[in-house]
Design a protein around this ligand. Structure first.
Ligand code: F6P
Length: 359
């Protein structure tokens, strides 16, 4: 069995444990397995950059963050746009040619949303593809959870914990911005785990007045600080009503580097309270995978190996209602898993008095 393997898109914790899970299970269940690792994601497949891996390469990486194969962003739009080009720049053709020339039996692809669109495209071109859901954003359709998410939640929660003490000492308002791209899973879980007073998500547009009211009410209750956890994709109600073009133009014209700085400045002006911003950024994607991610990645990796040996292709190893299942790529590709506005965590958060900025 000849397997190609690649990690694509933004890295996250759990990529190495997942590859280790696939490799160990394959080597164990089919000793004839040979794995080729492509360098830097689809770029390696396009340009034929790969190396033959050995079982030793997958040893000792359970606890390692990042990816031993390297990764890159190779946007789906550009891949699609290159299709049919006659001048040798057709990236899909190049990937198919690499696969065929190497006589691979399957391609194992670890990635997020964009990666899954390309994976589905390759599977439509007749390649045998099995994927694994990675991302700190937890926004992949068809799986309850992605690996990387829990590790990022742990880090973002620790940030909120640390900010609590300094916010209390100084009697300040703090805006902490979590990653998550267009969805709010990371902010929601870190916000709840860190005991934030306000959590702002892209899925629930906020009104500044509602956030300011929390700050003033807390002060009236004798509380010295307010912690606001904001998703990087959060937006105000007014912004949410704009057409996409208008929204993008207004964000491009924004004088602040991110939504948190905008919110902090507006809040400081409205409340007169000293407001600071903390952005952990890529810190949330770095370091070792937490034990929960190691377990999840190992389970999904082993399941992916099983699908390969059964000849079940065109699927992602996903966690569906707590069970590992093969999810067809056509169901996964091109969809985002947003936080439902009636997610139990939001309802319970509201019961606790946490503000989501909408009321
Ligand atoms: O998709 C993972 C993610 O970390 C998002 O949360 C974030 O918006 C984006 O990647 C950052 O991308 P880059 O690493 O390319 O700056």
């Amino acid at each position: 069995m000849k397997i190609g393997m690649l990690t694509s898109g933004g890295d996250c914790q759990g990529l190495n444990p997942a590859m280790r899970g696939v490799a160990k299970a394959l080597y164990n269940m089919d000793p004839s397995t040979v794995i080729y690792g492509f360098t830097d994601g689809y770029r390696g497949l396009i340009n034929g950059n790969y190396r033959e891996m050995t079982p030793r390469n997958f040893s000792g990486i359970l606890t390692q963050g990042g990816t031993i194969l390297g990764t890159s962003r190779e946007p789906f739009k550009a891949i699609l746009a290159s299709m049919g080009a006659e001048d040798g720049t057709d990236k899909v053709k190049k990937m198919v040619n690499t696969y065929r020339a190497m006589q691979l039996d399957c391609l194992v692809i670890l990635g997020g949303n964009g990666t899954h669109k390309t994976a589905y495209l390759l599977s439509q071109q007749g390649l045998n593809v099995v994927t694994l859901p990675k991302t700190i954003d937890n926004d992949i359709w068809g799986t309850d959870i992605t690996f990387g998410f829990q590790s990022a939640v742990d880090i973002a929660t620790q940030v909120i914990d640390c900010i609590h003490t300094t916010a209390d000492s100084h009697g300040r308002v703090f805006v902490i911005e979590a990653m998550g791209h267009k969805v709010g899973w990371l902010s929601l879980h870190a916000g709840i785990g860190g005991g934030a007073d306000v959590i702002l998500l892209p899925e629930i547009p906020y009104e500044l007045e509602n956030v300011a009211r929390v700050v003033m009410e807390r002060e009236a209750q004798g509380k010295r600080f307010t912690i606001i956890c904001v998703a990087e994709g959060a937006m105000s109600k007014a912004e949410s009503q704009m057409k996409k073009k208008e929204f993008l133009a207004s964000r491009a014209a924004m004088k602040y580097p991110s939504v948190s700085y905008k919110l902090a400045a507006e809040l400081e002006e409205m409340t007169g309270r000293e407001t600071r911003v903390t952005i952990p950024g890529h810190f949330q994607r770095g370091g070792d995978p937490c034990p929960a991610d190691r377990v999840l990645a190992t389970r999904l990796g082993a399941a992916a190996a099983g699908y390969i040996l059964e000849g079940k292709f065109g699927v992602m190893a996903g966690m569906v209602n707590g069970k590992v299942k093969p999810v067809p790529l056509e169901k996964v590709a091109g969809k985002l898993k947003y936080v439902p506005v009636d997610d139990p965590l939001i309802i319970q958060g509201k019961q606790l008095g946490i503000s989501f900025g909408d009321e």
